[in-house]
Design a binder for this molecule. Structure first.
Ligand SMILES: [Zn+2]
Length: 243
């Protein structure tokens, strides 16, 4: 998780600066670790991470009206010990995503090109359509898009709603979740899967922006996307790449 954080926080990649973004890992059914509030991805160490109990954090989902003070109280209470720092408020959606089947790592960033699209009228096209085969391999055939809502419980509930709708409709856990006017969440079984999905999403966003400047983009057709997504050779590559 620390290595993944430093990869995602690399200044040259422009995914996150200062205290932006956060990462997490599932430790067991009952516990997870998440970046602490105020620490930086680029040089994250154990002291910048909080070991938390999952259940108290998930219980916040029952209280959409929870105040900022109440959220802070629950997050402090969820820590394994008083030596742990206060978890980021975004720990709420991390706790939910880490409860999904086969999801062990989550990386949330604010990549520049991805955010250019998520702060534009093209957000829905970027989330649901695909431009090239490797984007499908690393990012999945389509991604849920979450409209802008206030951080904290409302955002966590909106993410849960869109991810559950995606699972219901497509029968698989998405690799990416896109947040309008906010950023990107990559989720996977391994740190590599999270890094690959983030890198490829940012590359796809740059290609989208480039294509838009010359009259495009021209998206792949649904049947072409489905063929790549279901292609055995690609599944083999995903396995080899640890995706
Ligand atoms: Zn964020």
């Amino acid at each position: 998780m620390l290595d993944l954080s430093r990869e995602l926080g690399r200044e040259d990649r422009r995914f996150a600066i200062l205290g932006e973004g956060n990462t997490s890992v599932r430790i067991s059914e009952q516990e997870f670790m998440v970046k602490a509030s105020g620490s930086s991805l680029s040089n994250l160490s154990r002291s910048g991470v909080a070991l938390c109990r999952t259940q108290p954090v998930l219980e916040l989902f029952q209280d959409p009206e929870a105040s900022d003070d109440e959220i802070e109280r629950v997050l402090l209470h969820a820590r394994r010990s008083d030596n742990e720092r206060k978890p980021s408020t975004e720990a709420l959606f991390h706790a939910f995503l880490l409860s999904l089947p086969d999801i062990h790592f989550v990386g949330h960033t604010h990549p520049e090109a991805v955010n250019a699209l998520l702060c534009s009228p093209h957000a829905a096209d970027f989330a649901s359509k695909r431009l090239f085969p490797d984007q499908i391999v690393c990012c999945g055939a389509t991604s849920p898009l979450v409209p802008y809502v206030h951080p904290g419980v409302p955002l966590a509930l909106a993410i849960k709603h869109e991810v559950e709708a995606h699972i219901e409709r497509f029968g698989d856990v998405p690799r990416l979740v896109m947040l309008c006017n906010h950023g990107l969440i990559a989720l996977g079984k391994t740190p590599n899967a999270v890094l690959a999905a983030t890198l490829m999403a940012e590359k796809a966003a740059r290609i989208f922006l480039g294509a838009a400047s010359i009259g495009g983009p021209q998206f792949m057709e649904d049947t072409q996307v489905a063929r790549i997504a279901g292609w055995n050779a690609e599944h083999y590559r995903q396995k080899v790449l640890g995706l």
